[in-house]
Design a protein around this ligand. Structure first.
Ligand code: FAD
Length: 372
C-alpha cells in the first residue's frame, strides 16, 4: 500500500527544485503537490481522506520538507497542524457540541481534498506572541454571525490562502463559556478582509507572511466549540511542528558540508559533534511529540515549551556554527546555505517567540511531580 509518507518522498525532489529555481516566490506548486499527495491532510482518519498520522509523523514530515524548502515547511505547518487537531475526532467535544464539531471536521477534510489552502492569521503587533494580549475582537450580529475587527501580522500565505483561522476575543454574552480567545474561520475575499503587501522577511522570503486587517469581517464559523484552546490545548501540536523547521535547516547545512566527507580532520571532528547534537535534538523532539493528546494538561504543555525552546535555539546555533565552517564560497546572499541560515532563525520567532518562552520557563519553573 502506498502511504502518505511514500507520497511525501515522491514530491520532495520537486519541492527542493522549486526552492532552488524560484527562491523568492510563494511555492504554490509545492503546496498544491503536498495537498494532492495527501500529506497536508494526512492526520485525518482514512474515511476523511487521511492516513491517521500522529504528531510524530507530522514532525518528521515537516523536518523533511524543511530540509528541501524551509519556507514550504513553514507554510505547510499551519494547515498540517490544523488537520492534526481536527483529526483528533468528534469525541473531544463536549456532548452538546459534538454533532456540530463532527460536521466541521468533515467540511475541513473535504476542503483539504480540494487543495484549499488554510493559513494561520493570529499574531498581532505589540502582543509579543501572547494570546492574552490579543486585541482583535469578534462580535455576534443580530444574524447570529461573528464579525472580526483587528489587525494581524505575519500571516503566512497571505493572499494565496483560501481560509484563515484567527484568534479573537469574545464576550460571554455572545458566546457563553468562551475562553480568553477563540479561533474563527475567515474566508479570504470576504468583505472586510484586507491583506497588505508588506512582507520583507530576513529569511523565509517566499512565505508571504503579510499583515491582515479585519474590519467587521464575517467569520464562516467558530472553530470547534467554546473554550476550544483551553479544553483541547491544540497549540502544543503546532509548537512541535515549528521546532522541526530549524531542525530541517540544520540537517540541510550539515549534509551540504559533510557529504562528501571533508579531508580536514578538524572539520570531521566538528561535523561529528554536529551530528550528535542534531540527533539528540531530533530524539528530544520526537519523544515530546509522541506524548501529544487532546487536553494533555500543564505538565505536557511545559514539556513542549522546553522542547520547542531548546530545539529551535540549539538548531539555530548549530546552523550558525556550521555556516562559520563553510568558508567564503557560501558567503553569498543567494547561496543555499546562507539562505538556510537566515530561514533557521524563524524557528525562534515562531510561537512562542524565544523571549516569551524564556519568561514562561522562569515564571513556571518547577521540578515537582506535576512536571513528570
Ligand atoms: C517567518 C515568520 C512567519 C510567521 N508566520 C505566522 C503565521 O503564519 N501566522 C501567525 O499568526 N503568526 C506568524 N508568525 C508570527 C510568530 O508566530 C510570532 O507569534 C510572533 O512573531 C510573535 O510576536 P513577535 O516576535 O513579533 O513579538 P514582539 O512583539 O516583537 O515582541 C518581542 C518579545 O517581547 C515580549 N513581549 C512584547 N509584548 C508582549 C506582551 N504584550 N506580552 C508578553 N510579552 C511581550 C515577548 O517576550 C516577545 O517575545 C510568523 C513569524 C515569522 C518570523
Amino acid at each position: 500500500m502506498v502511504t502518505s509518507s511514500d507520497r511525501l518522498r515522491d514530491v520532495l525532489p520537486g519541492i527542493a527544485e522549486r526552492e532552488h529555481s524560484a527562491p523568492e516566490s510563494y511555492p504554490k506548486a509545492s503546496i498544491a503537490a503536498l495537498y494532492e499527495a495527501g500529506v497536508i491532510g494526512a492526520p485525518f482518519p482514512a474515511p476523511l481522506g487521511g492516513s491517521g498520522w500522529q504528531l510524530t509523523d507530522a514532525v518528521l514530515a515537516i523536518e523533511s520538507i524543511a530540509a528541501a524548502s524551509p519556507s514550504t515547511a513553514l507554510i505547510v505547518s499551519m494547515p498540517l497542524g490544523l488537520a492534526g487537531i481536527f483529526g483528533l475526532g468528534a469525541d473531544i467535544a463536549p456532548t452538546a457540541w459534538r454533532p456540530q464539531w463532527a460536521k466541521q471536521i468533515e467540511q475541513v477534510a473535504a476542503d483539504y481534498q480540494q487543495g484549499l489552502v488554510y493559513a494561520a492569521c493570529n499574531s498581532e503587533k505589540g502582543a509579543g506572541g501572547s494570546l492574552e494580549a490579543t486585541q482583535t475582537v469578534a462580535n455576534r450580529g443580530d444574524d447570529g454571525r461573528f464579525r472580526l475587527t483587528g489587525e494581524k501580522i505575519l500571516a503566512s500565505s497571505g493572499r494565496n490562502a483560501h481560509m484563515f483561522f484567527s484568534t479573537a476575543k469574545v464576550s460571554q454574552d455572545d458566546l457563553p463559556g468562551a475562553g480568553i480567545v477563540e479561533f474563527f474561520f475567515v474566508q479570504v475575499g470576504s468583505p472586510g478582509v484586507g491583506i497588505l503587501n508588506d512582507w520583507d522577511g530576513f529569511g523565509m522570503r517566499p512565505t508571504e507572511s503579510q499583515t491582515v486587517r479585519y474590519v467587521e469581517a464575517p467569520a464562516r464559523d467558530l472553530v470547534g466549540f467554546p473554550n476550544f484552546l483551553a479544553l483541547v490545548q491544540p497549540l502544543q501540536y503546532w509548537y512541535c511542528l515549528f521546532a522541526a523547521i530549524p531542525l530541517g535547516c540544520a540537517r540541510t547545512i550539515l549534509t551540504s558540508l559533510g557529504a562528501p566527507a571533508p579531508r580536514s580532520a578538524a572539520l570531521r571532528l566538528r561535523l561529528s559533534d554536529a551530528v550528535m547534537r542534531y540527533e539528540a535534538m531530533r530524539a528530544y523532539l520526537i519523544e515530546t511529540a509522541a506524548g501529544f493528546h487532546a487536553g494533555a494538561g500543564p505538565g505536557y504543555a511545559a514539556r513542549v515549551l522546553r522542547a520547542k525552546t531548546y530545539v529551535t535555539q540549539e538548531a539555530t546555533k548549530l546552523c550558525a556554527e556550521l555556516f562559520a565552517l563553510g568558508g567564503g564560497r557560501n558567503y553569498r546572499r543567494s547561496n543555499r546555505i546562507a539562505r538556510t541560515l537566515a530561514d533557521s532563525f524563524a524557528g525562534t520567532a515562531l510561537r512562542p517567540p524565544l523571549a516569551l518562552a524564556l519568561d514562561m520557563l522562569v515564571e513556571n519553573f518547577s521540578l515537582g511531580a506535576a512536571e513528570e
